[in-house]
Design a protein around this ligand. Structure first.
Ligand SMILES: [Zn+2]
Length: 100
C-alpha cells in the first residue's frame, strides 16, 4: 500500500464519518421535533381538560399558569385562545394545537 492509497483511505473514512455525523444530527433533530410537538399537544390536552396549564407567557417571558378562554378556527386551522393567569399580566394569546 503506497502513500496515495493511505491518503485516499483516510479521505474516504473522513467522508464516511461526515455522512454518519450528518445522519445522526438529522435523526436527533427529527426526534426532537417530534418530541416538542408531542409535548405541546399534551399541554394543550391538559389545558382542554382542566382549563388550566402552565405555558410560556410571551409577555411575562416565563412559564405561567394559563387558562383556556376559547377556541376556534383561524385561516382554517384550529387554535386555542389562552389567557395568562398572572394578575398583573392577563395577556391573551393564540396557540396552535399542533405546536406550529
Ligand atoms: Zn403573562
Amino acid at each position: 500500500m503506497n502513500v496515495d492509497d493511505v491518503v485516499a483511505e483516510r479521505i474516504a473514512a473522513a467522508q464516511r464519518k461526515t455522512e454518519a455525523d450528518k445522519q445522526a444530527r438529522a435523526e436527533l433533530a427529527a426526534a426532537r421535533s417530534a418530541g416538542l410537538a408531542a409535548r405541546h399537544a399534551a399541554k394543550l390536552d391538559h389545558l382542554a381538560q382542566d382549563e388550566r396549564a402552565v405555558l410560556h407567557c410571551p409577555a411575562c417571558r416565563r412559564q405561567r399558569p394559563a387558562r383556556r378562554i376559547g377556541s376556534g378556527a383561524v385561516l382554517g386551522r384550529l387554535v386555542v385562545l389562552v389567557e395568562c393567569c398572572e394578575t398583573t399580566c392577563g395577556l391573551a394569546w393564540v396557540v396552535r394545537p399542533d405546536g406550529a
